[in-house]
Every structure is written in C-alpha cells, then in structure tokens.
Design a protein around this ligand. Structure first.
Ligand SMILES: C[S@@+](CC[C@H](N)C(=O)[O-])C[C@H]1O[C@@H](n2cnc3c(N)ncnc32)[C@H](O)[C@@H]1O
Length: 414
C-alpha cells in the first residue's frame, strides 16, 4: 500500500501555479483485468480528478449525498470540436447507465462528422445556429443537439450554461510536420474564442477536459489555456497518456488537460467513481499495470476486404527507395500511431511507413511477440500486406466493439 492515496497526491499537485505533466511508464507489467476502454480515459480522468477534489479528497460520489450532488452538478455538457464523438463515447462509458444523461450540446463544423455523430448518438442535427440565435432558447431541458457551426463565429451566449466542457481542438497548428504556426494558425481561432468567452460567462463550466497532441504542450496556445484558466479560478492537471499504457498494442500519446473550478463543493463530481479504475501506471496510483495484448486480439475474423490491400505501386516505391515498413504480425505487441494520412494512395511509398502500421499476413512471419518490425519488403511478400481496417484501427485505439462508424462514410474517410 502506498502511504498516500493517489487522490491526495493529485490534490496537492493540482494547483494553477503548479500544474504538472505525468508520463506513465512504457512497459506495463501483468495485472488481472485488462481494460478495453482506452477512450474512457478521456472522461474517466476527468471524473477521477474531479472526485478527488471534493473536500477531504474522499470519494464523495459513493455516498447518497454525493450521488445526489453529482446528478445535480452535471446537468449539461458542451462537447466542442465534437468530430465523431470520441469524447461522448467516453462519457457514456464512464457514467453508469442508471444515471440521467445530461443535456448535451455538441459543436462541429464538418458536415461528414456531423452526420456520423447524429447517426451514432441520435442527436438532433441543428443548422442555422447563428441566424436563429439558438442559444437564446431557454427551453433546453433534456436536449441532445449537435450544432453545425463554426465555434469562432458564435457569441458568448452560445457557450453559457455547460457544466462540463469537453474539447479536442484541431492539432494541426502544433504538429511537428506542419508549419507550427501555433496561435497564428487560423485553426486556433475557435479555441481562442472559447478562452475569450469563458471568463465572462454567467454560468462557466465547473470542469473542463482538453485533449490534444503532445506537441501542444509548451506551445503558446497551451500557455494561453493555462493562464486563462488559472486567472478564472481553475485548478489544472496535465497528462501524457497512450493506449499502450492501457493494454492496447498501439502508441498514440496524447496530451490531456483537466481543469476544475476551484472552491466548488463537490459541484462537478459524478456518480461514476465506483465504475472507474484509477488511472493505471500514473505515479502514485496503486493500480496494477495492464498487460498488452497482441495485435491478433484486435483483428477482424472475417476475410479482409480487397480494398484494404496496399496498392502495389506504393510497395514498389517503398522497395525501390529502400524504405522500411512498420509491419505487425499477429503476435506484435506494439504498433505505431495511425495518422490521418493512413490509407491515402497519393501519399506515396515514401510516406507509407509514416502513415501508420500495416498488417503482415505471411504464414511464416515470426510470431515471437517482438515489439516492432521495420524491414524492406521483398516483392514476393507484397501480397501478404494490407492496411488495418477501420474497425481494427478503432479497436487498437480502444473504441469498444459495438462502436461502428456509419456505413455511409467511405472506407478511407472512416
Ligand atoms: C481533433 S478533431 C476532434 C476529434 C473528436 N474528439 C472525435 O472524437 O472525433 C477536431 C474537430 O474540430 C472540428 N473543428 C475545427 N475547427 C472548428 C470550428 N471552428 N468550429 C467547430 N468545429 C471545428 C474539426 O472539423 C474536427 O472534427
């Protein structure tokens, strides 16, 4: 047993002046119960920390009073940059089904994402937000809406009233391979708009969870987020976490910032505490680490679609240029990050190894569980190489099996 609970540690660390980044260990050791719910982490982390912040650092939500408070506290959630709703999926996973679902408002500008989101969650698809000044409609009880809009073009009133803000702003302004224009990148406008509005709101969020790529950390946008939240009275906590930490054979390190409005008596706590594991492998948690299952556990049983074959011209180009490929056999226990260019034909052989891992189905491919393979691939073996399917990519990142993107989206878009 540890002398202090993780709760106490988090409490003492999480002050606006002392926000910290924790990087969990990279080589998980066995434990009894692997979890398939990496995505749960996004909200799980939030709920965990929030609960930790109740006075005395105890898990108040396990008491009747705590439960009542928790229901009251999380009446409304705003999910900014909602994409296809990864944050929402996590939230649903983290909060027990018996709990009343809060009023939900998602904000997204991309048409394909909006359609997929509404199909997945049954939210009402709302357009004409600005014209109709829809935020003035006070009759939002039980509402579950997706607003197709550009966040940076909305007034403060549109952001008033969410108890919890979830957000994954665009990461392109910070990527290593991009121009790194940071706050000057127009794709930061929406985040800036939210930060501008927040201090002026009559009903600011009790808590906020922001996700981005690791390069976000240390950016001017990051500094701006932290200073704005600090000045508005929020305590912040930061993490760098990856699916590999949670038993998935995939690296996808992401930055998470959790902010809680200080001085709120249990206000943002939810009743999910009993369902949530402590965040594994974080320094100070007593939870055992999770063993990594091999790629085989994440492959679809059905024969792969021919569309998943890697075009021969790409393999040929990679071969000619002596490019190494990240090939995963059934026993592989670590694959690289899937990028948004995964499966793009025009990316070329040179980029094939950079866009993400490939499946190697050759019967003689060694299955010794070795971590990662980079090798130049002989032409005779090209026929055994394929992309991971969208379902497999989702599983490797921790999406539950029941979660499927709508068929209407092309394979590449998925
Ligand atoms: C990093 S992705 C979010 C991913 C999301 N968490 C998910 O699970 O799919 C960022 C999203 O922000 C959206 N976006 C970018 N700028 C926006 C803006 N000004 N207003 C609303 N949405 C925006 C993009 O279309 C994209 O879907």
């Amino acid at each position: 047993m540890l002398p202090h609970s993780a709760t106490d540690r988090w409490l003492t660390r999480a002050t606006p002046a002392n926000s910290r980044v924790f990087r969990p260990g990279r080589q998980p050791a066995p434990c009894e119960k692997p979890t398939r719910r990496w995505k749960l982490l996004e909200v799980g982390a939030f709920v965990f920390v929030t609960l930790c912040r109740s006075p005395g650092g105890r898990r108040r939500a396990s008491t009747p009073r705590g439960r009542a408070l928790s229901r009251r506290a999380l009446r409304s959630v705003f999910e900014f940059f909602s994409g296809v709703g990864g944050m929402r999926l996590s939230f649903k996973d983290a909060v027990p089904a018996r709990e009343p679902f809060p009023t939900w408002r998602a904000f997204e500008v991309d048409e394909a994402c909006c359609q997929a989101y509404c199909e997945l969650y049954g939210s009402k698809y709302v357009t004409g937000v600005r014209r109709g000044e829809l935020w003035k409609n006070k009759n939002q009880r039980g509402a579950d809406e997706l607003w197709r809009c550009s966040i940076d073009r909305l007034p403060d009133g549109a952001f008033d009233g969410g108890d919890l803000w979830l957000m994954s702003p665009p990461c392109q302004p910070f990527t290593r391979t991009g121009k790194q224009k940071d706050l000057e990148d127009p794709r930061c406008k929406a985040l800036l708009r939210l930060l501008e509005a927040l201090p002026a709101l009559a009903h600011p969020p009790q808590a906020l969870l922001l996700e981005n790529i690791p390069e976000f950390r240390g950016s001017r946008a990051h500094q701006h987020v932290v200073s704005t939240l600090s000045e508005a009275g929020y305590a912040t906590e930061e993490h760098l976490l990856s699916p590999i930490t949670f038993g998935f054979p995939n690296t996808r390190e992401r930055f998470y910032l959790i902010a809680v409005l200080a001085g709120q008596d249990d206000a943002a706590a939810t009743a999910a505490a009993d369902l949530l594991p402590d965040l594994p492998t974080l320094p100070g948690t007593a939870t055992a680490r999770i063993p990594v299952r091999p790629v085989e556990a994440f492959l679809e049983e059905a024969a792969p679609s021919e569309m998943l074959r890697v075009p021969e011209k790409l393999l040929e180009q990679a071969y000619r240029e002596n490019r190494t490929l990240d090939l995963a056999g059934k026993g592989t226990t670590l694959t690289k990050t899937f990028t948004s260019s995964y499966g793009k034909a025009e990316y070329g052989g040179a980029g094939l190894s950079k866009t993400g891992p490939l499946v190697m189905e050759a019967p003689d491919f060694p299955e010794d569980g070795r971590v990662q393979r980079f090798q130049t691939l002989e032409p005779a073996r090209w026929k055994f190489v394929r992309y991971f399917s969208p379902r497999e990519v989702a599983s490797l990142m921790g999406f539950p099996e029941a979660w499927e993107l709508p068929d209407a989206l092309s394979l590449r878009t998925q």
